[in-house]
Design a protein around this ligand. Sequence first.
Ligand code: CAA
Ligand code: NAD
Length: 285
Amino acid sequence: MHGVERVGVIGSGQMGGGIAQVAAQSGFETVVYDLDAAALGKCKSLHEKLFARAVEKGRMTEDQVKETKARLTYSDQLTDVHPADIVIEAVVEKAEVKKEIFKGLAGSVSDRAILASNTSSISITDLATSVGDKADRFIGMHFFNPVPVMKLVEVINGLATSKETTERVLALAEAMGKTAVPANDRAGFVSNRILMPMINEAFYTWMEGVAEPEHIDEIMKLGMAHPMGPLRLADFIGLDTCAHIMEVMADGLSDPRYLPCPLLKQLVTAGRLGDKTKHGVFRYE
Ligand code: CAA
Ligand code: NAD
């Protein structure tokens, strides 16, 4: 149904790494590409750690780990993703960077290949303008962090996305052990339209001195049964990503109420991006 044997992933950060891991574990020949060799190395060592943990917990056998690893290639050559039946892009949340990548891919992948973006918020219709007459095969395939744990894939059709592409991606998400739920192409889709203003409001609450960050998080965890408080979650997602998502929504929904809180922007300017720099709202070992 999905017609996918080979998966190409662009970007080996927290999302690309997770998508590649789940694809390989689900039986797909997988190539994960990043232009940063250090990022690829970090991705590979996280996979090693998670595979070892899966064996320890009895979720995978040693043989399954061996087979999964044999299906997974780490590459710093973009041409290695060209034979893929679907390419899932997971680089920085900036439209111009993503479009540049897709423009290059459009002329290099096969005619049946699907081009998918894991964007958190950017219009799929807009991104699809970079692939010319392949816009019918362009789609949003939005995974959640951490990918191996979170069950959802939000599937977003652009204006030109064909029914066949949507059906193939819904089937592929299911084959990767996920539950696929459709959403329409508006900035932030459903998930981040609702989640990000809450996170942004937590920064305002902190900035205005209503409570200390740990107390804001404790109130939301204990009072609303959230697994992480909003400020811890912002660090976990990446403060740069949160700020970019707010900017995309302010622009795409033409409403300044979605602009990122000045304190969130200030932390990003200072290079405090959250878990990935070991310092965001909170410090990490
Ligand atoms: N990769 C793979 N597995 C991971 C992981 C990671 N990065 N982080 C945690 N896990 C696994 C752990 O291995 C553990 O499983 P085992 O113990 O069986 O090995 C399991 O998840 C639970 O982890 P922990 O016991 O360490 O911690 P926890 O119980 O606090 O759970 C959590 C961690 C799953 C991340 C949980 O805190 C949680 O659900 N947090 C909320 C996450 C969330 O909201 N994600 C969505 C973010 S928004 C988004 O993704 C969209 C966007 O566009 C920004
Ligand atoms: P990240 O910063 O962890 O990783 C991005 C990776 O992309 C880096 O390794 C970087 O080297 C690589 N990269 C940058 N430009 C590249 C290029 N031109 N070619 C190849 N690789 C390149 O970011 P992330 O958190 O994994 O987010 C990636 C995407 O996924 C963003 O669009 C983000 O909005 C989306 N997303 C993030 C989350 C989250 O919780 N972090 C959840 C869902 C979706």
